[in-house]
Design a protein around this ligand. Structure first.
Ligand code: GDP
Ligand code: ZN
Length: 355
């Protein structure tokens, strides 16, 4: 059994759900996805569900961990059918290129995204910037977690550098291994609030999750007060309910690989090649679109630069231009979210880089 509010349910979701409730459907939150079979947390407990045929044909994208869905339960069984996906408040996605570019949602309805970076050899402000862009695009609030403070050699300097880069974004130094400072995670979450961890392999995400779950607490009934299944259930769920109403965490392989994908498509990677070529453009403020004597366009014609590199670059520029307008839309959605510092940080990042 679950208390829906502990899972993030609120009046706004209830309002969205009202028409489905009238139709006999029950709300559930997707906790795990495997081969188009989902397990959702619902008031009655855990249900194993699949999409209705109709939804499979109509939906732009299928459910993802974190989604709130409308389920038609099968009478007398712990199964059911997903009939609808409630509109997402935030989402992490990747574009899967094929004949048609399809958006694959990796996680949905994340309130805060914790960008984890190690204060050891992993420390890399450039990579953090890329994660900040991912976070910004998702609609979740970014929080920077500098882990491994126990082995940091220049903690104060590193903190300063990151704070200067992520203006307006909370930055915390912690040690997941020593369980020191980890309460800041719960501080940004709390009852019914959902977080996700972003960061490259080895930064300490698993260690942090384990520390948050707490082995001792894990063994007590606290964590499974609402979960009648076996002791380790929580671990296998990608939507993790933290003990003592500290909030929820999404930890999926998809989230973990997000950075790899975004590096793989090149579009968000560094554009050193283009920036270098741009030095040769006739106009110093050349946008490499239709300006004459553009060295970047010339390189494509000469075959020394792949056309999709420039496409990626231009796409990113466009995204940045729409920062302000997106910020306004978001401000309406959640007046508490402070997007301006994020937008400014992004602008500064590109300005510095483009210089
Ligand atoms: P993940 O790939 O992000 O899940 O990283 P892991 O949690 O598997 O951690 C990678 C390595 O870093 C492991 O050897 C951890 O013991 C170590 N580690 C994690 N957190 C800390 C920390 O706060 N301090 C130190 N010194 N090591 C840590
Ligand atoms: Zn140019």
């Amino acid at each position: 059994m679950f208390e829906l509010r502990d899972l993030g349910w609120d009046d706004e979701w209830a309002k969205r759900f009202a028409p489905y409730a009238a139709d006999g459907l029950v709300p559930g939150r997707v906790a795990i996805e495997f081969n188009y079979i989902y397990r959702v947390f619902a008031a009655s407990g855990e249900l194993q569900v699949q999409h209705s045929g109709k939804l499979r044909h109509e939906a732009e994208s299928l459910s993802a961990v974190g989604d709130w869905v409308a389920v038609r339960p099968t009478a007398g069984e712990e199964t059911g059918t997903i009939e609808a996906i409630l509109p997402r408040r935030s989402k992490f996605s990747r574009k899967v290129a094929g004949e048609l570019t399809v958006e694959q949602i990796v996680a949905a309805n994340i309130d805060s995204v914790f960008i984890v970076m190690g204060l050891d050899g992993d420390y890399n402000p450039r990579r953090l910037e890329r994660y900040l862009i991912l976070a910004y695009e998702s609609g979740a609030r970014p929080v920077v977690i500098l882990n491994k403070s126990d082995v940091a050699e220049h903690l104060a300097e590193d903190m300063d550098e990151i704070q200067g880069l992520a203006v307006g974004i909370p930055v915390h130094a912690i040690s997941a291994k020593q369980k020191s400072g980890i309460e800041v995670i719960a501080g940004h979450l709390g009852p019914g609030r959902t977080g996700a961890l972003l960061g490259s392999s080895g930064v300490g995400k698993s260690t942090l999750v384990n520390a948050l779950l707490g082995e001792e607490k894990f063994k007590t009934k606290d964590v499974r007060a609402h979960d009648s299944r076996g002791r380790h259930t929580t671990r296998h769920r990608h939507l993790i309910v933290l003990p003592e109403s500290r909030g929820l965490l999404v930890d999926t392989p998809g989230m973990r690989e997000l950075q790899l994908w975004s590096q793989g498509d090149g579009a968000r990677d560094t554009f050193e090649d283009i920036l270098e070529l741009a030095q040769g453009c006739h106009f110093t403020d050349c946008r490499h679109r239709d300006e004459p004597r553009c060295a970047v366009k010339q390189a494509i014609e000469d075959g020394t630069l792949a056309a999709d590199r420039l496409d990626g670059f231009l796409k990113l520029q466009d995204e940045l231009k729409s920062l302000e307008s997106r910020k306004d839309v978001r401000a309406q959605i959640d007046a508490k979210r402070k997007w301006k510092p994020v937008a400014n940080a992004m602008k500064k990042f590109y300005k510095d880089r483009d210089q």
